[in-house]
Design a protein around this ligand. Structure first.
Ligand SMILES: [Zn+2]
Length: 231
């Protein structure tokens, strides 16, 4: 496999990995904070679990909805650009041919060769050539709203299931330290893995997400304890 081909696949994989890790982080932080907050309000184990499962479902659905809407609007923009390009190709073939040739000259081809390449690519698939080389829309990277929404909801749900599983097993008396401790460990592992995948420093990646997770859990525990005493 050529290095460029491998690099493109690696970039694509890192993109997906980063989105999955961010979704899982969201799931861990928001569900662990919810569980710790409700537990700090002296709720029963059963009520803590109900709140946690409701948080998982609500969070996964809102991630899916948000991702679907944002990726769909990107898909709409791409489609509108391609339709405009189709019209321009029909209306002004010589101008579009000149434009594509100029793009290849800009990438370093001799004008004669650039014109030849543009002619052959336009003869083969004019719209595809313009979409790729003029608009930068690659088939492999086309926006896929449903896949993105499902991937986002799944990664959130997987992340949220981790603190929920610990909460389910933990005895009521030690639920808060066990859930928050385990969640911080999960976050550190995920943060480090994401940093590693992106060739960034593992310790920094782990520390960054653990800090925010701890802050979120600390704040919700405080709010829960406050409401627990006044309720
Ligand atoms: Zn064009």
């Amino acid at each position: 496999m050529s290095p460029r081909h491998f690099e493109r696949h690696r970039t694509e994989r890192i993109g997906w990995l980063r989105a999955a890790v961010l979704g899982a982080n969201d799931g861990i932080v928001s569900t662990a904070s919810l569980v710790v907050g409700v537990a700090a309000a002296q709720a029963t184990h059963g009520n803590v679990m109900v709140a946690g499962v409701a948080g998982l479902v609500a969070g996964a659905m809102s991630m899916a909805a948000g991702e679907y809407v944002s990726v769909h609007s990107q898909a709409d923009t791409e489609q509108a650009d391609i339709e405009r390009e189709r019209k321009e190709l029909k209306a002004d073939d010589p101008g579009e041919r000149k434009e594509l040739t100029a793009i290849y000259v800009g990438r370093g081809l001799d004008p004669a060769l650039a014109a030849q390449v543009a002619d052959q690519l336009m003869a083969h698939d004019a719209l595809g050539a313009h979409a790729r080389d003029e608009l930068g829309i690659l088939q492999a990277f086309r926006a896929r709203p449903i896949q993105a929404a499902l991937a986002s909801a799944a990664s959130f749900a997987l992340g949220a299931a981790l603190p929920l599983f610990v909460a389910f097993l933990a005895p009521e008396a030690s639920l808060i330290p066990l859930v928050s401790g385990a969640s911080l460990a999960f976050l550190a592992i995920l943060g480090g893995a994401a940093a590693r995948a992106g060739d960034a420093r593992v310790a920094v990646g782990a520390l960054r997400v653990t800090f925010w997770g701890a802050l979120a859990m600390g704040l919700t525990a405080g709010v829960g304890a406050l409401f627990g005493t006044v309720a």
